[in-house]
Ligand binder design. Structure first.
Ligand SMILES: Nc1ncnc2c1ncn2[C@@H]1O[C@H](COP(=O)(O)OP(=O)(O)OP(=O)(O)O)[C@@H](O)[C@H]1O
Ligand SMILES: [Mg+2]
Length: 217
């Protein structure tokens, strides 16, 4: 379960609030859409949910985020990371290794998962996303859509309880949007919570809960 309690946020005291007193609750299995115009704060809200704001990106934040009754402001990012994972809007900010395989191995290696199990996990997420052919490719030469799929694969290797997906359909063909829709559906059926900030109507229509952001002036 994830609970947002009375969140208000602005990047700077001289700027206007993006949210004021926003409260929300997501239970296991919920798919939550976050919609709103460009600049309404979708990415900002996802960064607050995983603690990147205010731990890495600063601003004036009031209110609290709880994951299973645990106040995330009391946890470090390495403590929350295995439980809540963010698919970033810009995949270049999330890709650090020369090849796709190295990228996908990084998180499970950090968590001391045995080598054979890592091999197995990488094979199965690549198969699930239908991108096995990218396994030995250099990440720098992938298209934007391929980079989004690889970053999605990397968070699938972690199997967190909560997925925060920032524009997961960006750069993808219809076939791949259908693929990620079916993965999101399966994740929800297995009890994961999924937040989706996107413009794609088919993806947004999968949600059973909605957050609509309107700019506060
Ligand atoms: N680090 C920052 N410092 C100051 N202002 C910021 C920062 N990051 C974003 N903003 C501003 O905050 C507002 C919300 O940005 P955000 O990226 O959260 O919107 P969004 O809804 O995700 O937009 P998009 O649909 O274009 O991705 C925008 O006006 C943006 O310029
Ligand atoms: Mg955004």
């Amino acid at each position: 379960m994830l609970t947002i309690k009375n969140i208000s946020f602005r990047y700077d005291i001289e700027l206007s609030f993006l949210f004021k007193d926003l409260s929300f609750e997501a239970s296991d299995g919920d798919i939550v859409s976050i919609s709103g115009k460009s600049g309404s704060g979708k990415t900002t809200l996802l960064n607050i949910l995983c603690g990147v704001i205010p731990k890495i990106i600063h601003g004036e934040l009031d209110g609290k985020v709880f994951i299973k009754d645990q106040d995330i402001s009391k946890l470090t990012l390495p403590q929350t990371a295995p439980c809540i994972s963010l698919l970033m809007q810009e995949p270049d900010q999330q890709l650090f290794f020369p090849t796709v395989e190295q990228e996908l191995a990084f998180a499970p290696e950090n968590l001391k998962v045995p080598k054979e199990k890592i091999e197995e996990t990488i094979s199965s997420v690549l198969l699930e996303l239908n991108i096995e052919s990218l396994r030995f490719e250099e990440t720098a030469f992938l298209s934007f859509g391929q980079k989004k799929l690889v970053t999605f694969a990397s968070i699938l290797t972690l199997s967190p309880d909560i997925f925060l997906l920032d524009e997961p359909s960006a750069g993808l063909s219809k076939k791949y949007i259908e693929k990620i829709s079916s993965i999101i559906k399966k994740l929800s059926e297995s009890g994961k919570i999924i937040f989706i900030a996107d413009h794609n109507k088919d993806l947004l229509s999968m949600a059973n809960k909605k957050i609509v952001l309107d700019k506060i002036s």
